[in-house]
Design a protein around this ligand. Structure first.
Ligand code: ATP
Ligand code: MG
Length: 267
């Protein structure tokens, strides 16, 4: 595993071998927050360029166990970025209309257009996670989806989309504490549901499904990053770093004017 938490293709992973804490990566919250804020300023500038450049697209996929911090990551990392250039889509339980189509139909409609950053809060990966763990469809339906997903993401990549997939990795203890806070704090009650506790009982089944998902869908064109997410300050920093490094490589530019503006006088 590299220091930016990016995985290599063709690696069979075991989730428990991946740290959930910042510990071995960073020990100072204050300096992490300073670095994060500077990165966010860079992200704001890069987004402006990406939008102005209008040729490339960036897709950020967020997956996590419940209370893993997907919402908080979006709120913190994209704070201050021009809302016009970022499209966040949260994928909930599919509607009747969505279920009447193939599983990628609703996903494909939400992919970022040229110049845009698309953020998926949950994604097509639910169709090999919750769907598998809760036996919503039989294995002969969900198993071929790894190949479908890889082909779909390749189509996006070859159409100018850079894909970054983050698995926000929290411990079972951390989930327990976050659920407890959702129960205890009235302002957080709305985030809690008894279903969450049913899913928590299936932690090991989810972990197994996540392991296979990451192992089978880490590709050169759409890598997974397994980010230690027990400490929100480190999670934000790690995600922010990957976004900025990626945009730096894309190097979007403000377009040069197509007409000659020299000598133009505005009356
Ligand atoms: P939080 O993590 O903050 O609670 P959330 O993403 O869980 O937010 P909810 O409205 O609580 O939002 O839950 C959305 C639910 O939709 C999740 O339980 C998720 O597993 C489920 N879901 C998403 N996609 C699918 C799918 N393709 N098939 C079945 N269930 C899905
Ligand atoms: Mg939920």
């Amino acid at each position: 595993m590299s220091t930016n938490h990016r995985l290599n293709p063709n690696q069979t992973i075991t989730l428990s071998e991946f740290p959930t804490t910042a510990h071995q990566f960073h020990d100072d919250r204050e300096s992490a927050e300073v670095e994060f804020r500077a990165l966010r300023d860079e992200l704001i500038e890069y987004q402006r360029r990406l939008y102005a450049d209008g040729t490339r697209k960036l897709l950020v996929v967020l997956q996590a166990m419940d209370a893993g911090g997907k919402d908080g990551t979006i709120r913190r990392v994209f704070k201050g970025v021009n809302p016009q250039g970022v499209q966040v889509t949260s994928f909930k339980v599919p509607t009747r209309h969505e279920l009447a189509r193939d599983f990628l139909w609703r996903i494909h409609k939400a992919v970022p257009a040229k110049g845009m950053i698309g953020v998926f809060n949950r994604s097509h990966y639910e169709d090999v996670l919750v769907v598998r763990v809760h036996d919503i469809v039989p294995e002969e339906i969900w198993r071929p989806r790894y190949a479908h997903i890889n082909a779909f993401e390749k189509t996006l990549a070859e159409s100018g989309t850079t894909i970054l997939k983050f698995y926000l990795h929290i411990s079972s203890d951390e989930q327990k504490q976050r659920f407890q806070a959702r129960l205890d704090e009235p302002d957080k009650n709305w985030k809690f549901s008894l279903d969450d506790l049913e899913k928590r009982k299936l932690w090991d089944d989810y972990a197994a499904a996540i392991e296979e998902m990451i192992s089978k869908t880490t590709t050169p064109w759409a890598p997974w990053y397994v980010v230690p997410a027990d400490q929100k300050w480190y999670r934000n920093l790690a995600v922010g770093r990957v976004l900025v490094d990626t945009l730096k490589t894309l190097d979007p530019q403000y377009p040069k004017p197509e007409q000659d503006f020299s000598g133009v006088i505005i009356e």
